[in-house]
Design a binder for this molecule. Structure first.
Ligand SMILES: C[S@@+](CC[C@H](N)C(=O)[O-])C[C@H]1O[C@@H](n2cnc3c(N)ncnc32)[C@H](O)[C@@H]1O
Length: 205
């Protein structure tokens, strides 16, 4: 693993409350709307990449999903999320790894990523990510990707990010995925600023 990245993210989660980071959402509205569109069965295998302290897992559990995995590079983030969930956390699989080193042992019907893929700025890591997703997502399975758009910030959490348009994101995943839908969405941060995100749903070819 990239030790610097591990330390960076663990120290963020050690030192900040969940609503003291720009990406905080009380409820992951956009993600849930995109997920609802897919009408997946409650037994669908779902993985949230770089889930951190996101409340997406809470929302999915409340909807009745039974096969949820949350992956993050930060062990501290996943501990905090498990503490929040209490007993319900035992219903979830937790994976601590750098996504570029993830070795999936099952197939997922839905891969969700909000504000993680855009931290990969070099071609080598982008290709690692897309080929891991390609391997991990079942035939006809879905990938929901939320990144900063070309009208969004250029940095997050002090780190450089790569912005996307619907065309460049489609291009990154074009070998194995077809674009299903996309939308540009403003996220209001807890600091009263606005960040423009691009959300795309892709389907495995
Ligand atoms: C901006 S936060 C977004 C968190 C969450 N997806 C949300 O929407 O609230 C980025 C998250 O990705 C995780 N992360 C960053 N780089 C990663 C990597 N290479 N592999 C796995 N997780 C990573 C961080 O620990 C952090 O939880």
């Amino acid at each position: 693993m990239d030790n610097q990245a591990v330390e960076h993210w663990n120290s963020i989660y050690e030192n900040k409350n969940e609503n003291e980071v720009s990406w905080y959402q009380e409820y992951p509205q956009a993600s849930i709307e995109f997920i609802k569109e897919l009408k997946l069965p409650l037994t669908a295998h779902i993985i949230d990449i770089g889930g951190g302290e996101s409340r997406l897992v809470d929302a999915l559990l409340d909807m009745g999903y039974t096969n949820i995995t949350v992956l993050d590079i930060s062990e501290r983030a996943l501990q905090k999320t498990q503490n929040r969930l209490g007993e319900k956390g035992k219903l979830v699989q937790w994976v601590v790894t750098d996504i570029t080193e993830f070795n999936p042992t099952e197939k997922y019907d839905l891969w969700h990523d909000r504000a993680v893929f855009h931290f990969l700025t070099d071609e080598e890591n982008i290709i690692k990510y897309t080929s891991i997703a390609e391997r991990a997502i079942s035939q006809d399975g879905f990938l929901i990707m939320g990144t900063f758009s070309d009208k969004g910030p250029t940095k997050c959490s002090g780190l450089e990010i790569k912005q996307y348009t619907d065309k460049s994101l489609k291009d990154a995943f074009k070998d194995s995925f077809k674009q299903f839908s996309f939308q540009y969405i403003d996220h209001s941060t807890p600091f009263n600023t606005v960040q423009n995100f691009l959300f795309c749903t892709f389907q495995r070819k």
